[in-house]
Design a protein around this ligand. Sequence first.
Ligand code: NAD
Length: 286
Amino acid sequence: KGKRAFIAGVADDHGYGWAIAKSLAAAGAEILVGTWVPALNIFESSLRRGKFDESRILPDGSLMEITKVYPLDAVFDNPEDVPEDIKTNKRYAGSAKWTVQEVAESVKEDFGSIDILVHSLANGPEVTKPLLETSRKGYLAAISASSYSYVSLLKHFLPILNPGGASISLTYIASERIIPGYGGGMSSAKAALESDTRVLAFEAGRKRKVRVNTISAGPLRSRAAKAIGFIDMMIDYSTVNAPLEKELSAEEVGNAAAFLASPLASAITGTVLYVDNGLNAMGVGI
Ligand code: NAD
């Protein structure tokens, strides 16, 4: 029987979420995605108009099918959490049932269960500010969108994650080493995400035999990364300094995610897997 994956954080064909969807689809999984509400219209109309068709091509020549796109805002757990200004915001009012709990309920209604849960989203409104200049509000917003969003997703999807299933998130080495420019509390948010990966591996493992891992990915020119502002410099730095002197492709991260989600990784849980051309192992730049 084919597996079913829900990938939260896909809104175009440039990011890690899209690449993970493709690798899972190439391995035979059925693909459901969660798309940030404000980005939903553009994503769906681009999909419909064939704008992503070239990027949908799988190794066997067929096109990746996305069975269903769910609107999602992972900053809100249930309708009671949603403030009035968001509720009445035009971009939100056009969609329904996009809080984490409601999306999990909809997926359950539509499909019953899933086998793979992927969290490929982050947001830090003050990411361009140094930590010393980050406001409490900005810091907590980064943690809410980038760390707690994962706790909440796993909490709400765990009851419909089949035993033997897997959950994967994306992290960045700024959690453990100083990366000037990755500010606004985003480094703190990734540290929380990695710590939570271990605790959630224990809890989800004991509760549902579900594995929980995170991929510490190297730099990719995604929409989110471009917003940080230093992505080209980080890619150049990596190409010059990493053991493997090449640009990292999103597909390489997608393939690692497919491995982690597969039975080949049946004893791997609670880990941070580096998919970064080995840059994490370097002690100095050269
Ligand atoms: P991306 O822009 O493709 O993905 C981020 C997604 O998060 C977007 O689709 C955005 O719409 C969505 N999003 C933001 N706030 C949301 C919310 N409240 N609810 C639902 N969705 C929301 O960029 P990406 O770089 O591929 O990011 C995916 C993951 O990879 C992130 O966790 C990021 O931190 C991580 N990562 C990226 C890099 C890199 O260099 N690009 C490196 C390491 C880790």
